[in-house]
Every structure is written in structure tokens, then in C-alpha cells.
Design a protein around this ligand. Structure first.
Ligand code: B1M
Length: 210
């Protein structure tokens, strides 16, 4: 029988096919989807990030690890969403312009779907204009912006400013991503920040109740 450690190792090493085989084994033998996420998948990406920082691996290895992670997420998402109820709120989410990281953003989208939000996911490298067009089209209650690079934090700031300048002063904006902090969120005029996907649910509820 496979273990969470087997899954973590397969993701770190970018073994997509192994991940594809291990996931049903774990999920069908009683592992909670949240444990799979928190004890195997997220720690795997941390290891990958650390190795990249130490120049032990490079972008191609990071990319294959991300693909393996996505394979796991494709199997995990239906289980995480299974408890979902009829959507009460609509949210638009995307990774800001210049930034191609989407694993964390996808997780936040999954958690929001799982707690009864209708989520319109604009993908990665989303310009402020594309956010504005989606806001006009879908009239969301909440907008989520993700940024993983210090170099794309200014794009997050510009997107918040563009949304506010377009007159959406009451629309709730939630931000997150590894380099983002509570104080940065406040500084750029967002309504909330969360450090991970699980707390993004509470942060969204809190912002909407305010
Ligand atoms: Co990139 N990368 N990357 N990368 N990458 C990081 C972010 C980095 C920290 C690695 C490192 O140096 N240790 C570093 C950024 C340094 C910095 O700016 N401070 C980095 C770099 C430098 C780069 C490139 C510039 C490398 C290069 O080309 N030389 C390049 C940039 C490309 C671009 O975006 N323009 C690049 C490319 C890539 C890949 C494409 C190869 C790949 C991304 C694949 C993909 O996403 N489809 C990749 C990966 C995989 C990573 C690491 C290893 C893992 C990211 C990840 O998926 N983490 C990452 C190192 C790391 O994070 N440890 C790294 C797992 C995920 C679950 O966590 O995304 O943090 P995270 O999301 C969390 C929270 O942040 C939060 O909740 C999520 C779930 O708990 N959160 C939100 C995220 N968004 C939120 C939104 C919210 C609320 C919470 O509300 C709306």
C-alpha cells in the first residue's frame, strides 16, 4: 500500500504517472483529502522550492514537479468540492499579470468552490483590464488576486487600484501568494489577505460579512 511519503516523493521527483497511480490508492484507502494536501502535496512543493533556491534543481525540474502536483490536484479537487452546496456568492480569481504560478491560486479556487462559491477562474498572467472585463461580465461579490513573485507584487497593486478607480469601491478584494503579507494587502487597499487556501475561505467570509 502507498503512503503519503510515497506521494510526496513522487511529486518532488516529477513522476506524474506514479502520482496518477498512487492517488486513487490513497484516497480509496481512507486518507482524508485534506491530509493528502497538507501532509504530502504542499510539503512536496516546499521541498522543490528549497532545492531551486539552493540551485540543486532548475526550472525544468520545477516544471515537471508542478505537472505531477497538478495531476494529484485533478484527482483531489472533486473530493474537496464534494461537500459543496448551491453557490451563494460569485468570485472571480486569477494570477496577476506577469506571473505564471497557478497551483496555489487553483487551490484557493477549489476551496472556495467547496464552500459554496461559484468561481470564475481567469487563469494566469491576467491583466488589470481582463479583471475589469470579468467584473463587468460576472458581477462578482469577491475578487481574488494571487502573486508568487516579488516582481509581480506591483501588478497586484496596480490591479487593485484599477478596480477601485473603475468605481468598484465596495467590491471585496482578497489577495494572497507567498510574498504577500497582511500589511502589503492593507497598503494596496485590498479587503483581506490569507496565507493559505484553507484560511482563504474564512478570509472571504469575513470580507463579505464586513
Ligand atoms: Co517559480 N518561483 N518561478 N515556478 N516556483 C517560486 C515562487 C520561488 C519562491 C522559488 C524559489 O526561488 N525558492 C521563486 C520566487 C522568488 C521571489 O520572487 N521571491 C520562483 C521563481 C524565481 C520563478 C522564475 C522567475 C524562475 C525562472 O524562470 N528563473 C519563474 C517565473 C515565471 C513567471 O511566473 N513569470 C518561475 C517559474 C515556475 C514554474 C513555471 C516552473 C513553476 C510554476 C508552475 C505552475 O504554477 N503551474 C514554478 C514553481 C512550481 C515554483 C515553486 C517551486 C512552487 C510554487 C507552488 O506551486 N507552491 C515556488 C517555490 C515555493 O513556493 N516553495 C516557486 C505550492 C502552492 C500550494 O503554494 O503557490 O504559495 P503557493 O500558494 C499557497 C499560498 O501562497 C496561498 O494559498 C496557497 C495554498 O495554500 N495563496 C493564496 C496563493 N494564492 C493565493 C490567493 C489568495 C489567498 C491565498 O487569495 C486570492
Amino acid at each position: 500500500m502507498n503512503t503519503l511519503e510515497d506521494l510526496k516523493t513522487a511529486v518532488i521527483n516529477g513522476k506524474r504517472k506514479e502520482v496518477k497511480a498512487i492517488m486513487p490508492d490513497l484516497l480509496d484507502s481512507g486518507f482524508e483529502p485534506s491530509a493528502v494536501l497538507e501532509q504530502a502535496l504542499i510539503p512536496a512543493m516546499s521541498v522543490v522550492g528549497e532545492r531551486f533556491k539552493r540551485n540543486e534543481i532548475f526550472v525544468p525540474e520545477m516544471l515537471v514537479a508542478a505537472r505531477a502536483m497538478k495531476e494529484a490536484m485533478a484527482q483531489l479537487e472533486p473530493r474537496l468540492v464534494a461537500a459543496g452546496i448551491k453557490p451563494q456568492y460569485t468570485a472571480v480569481i486569477g494570477t496577476v499579470e506577469g506571473d505564471l504560478h497557478d497551483i496555489g491560486k487553483n487551490l484557493v479556487a477549489t476551496m472556495w468552490k467547496g464552500t459554496g462559491f461559484e468561481v470564475i477562474d481567469l487563469g494566469v498572467n491576467v491583466s488589470a483590464d481582463a479583471f475589469l472585463a470579468a467584473i463587468d461580465q460576472h458581477k462578482p461579490h469577491l475578487v481574488g488576486l494571487s502573486a508568487l513573485l516579488t516582481t509581480t507584487m506591483p501588478a497586484m497593486k496596480d490591479t487593485v487600484a484599477a478596480i477601485r478607480n473603475a468605481g468598484h469601491t465596495d467590491l471585496k478584494i482578497l489577495v494572497g501568494g507567498a510574498p504577500i503579507t497582511d500589511s502589503y494587502a492593507a497598503e494596496i487597499g485590498a479587503d483581506g489577505y490569507s496565507r493559505d487556501a484553507a484560511s482563504a475561505v474564512d478570509a472571504a467570509r469575513k470580507a463579505l460579512a464586513a
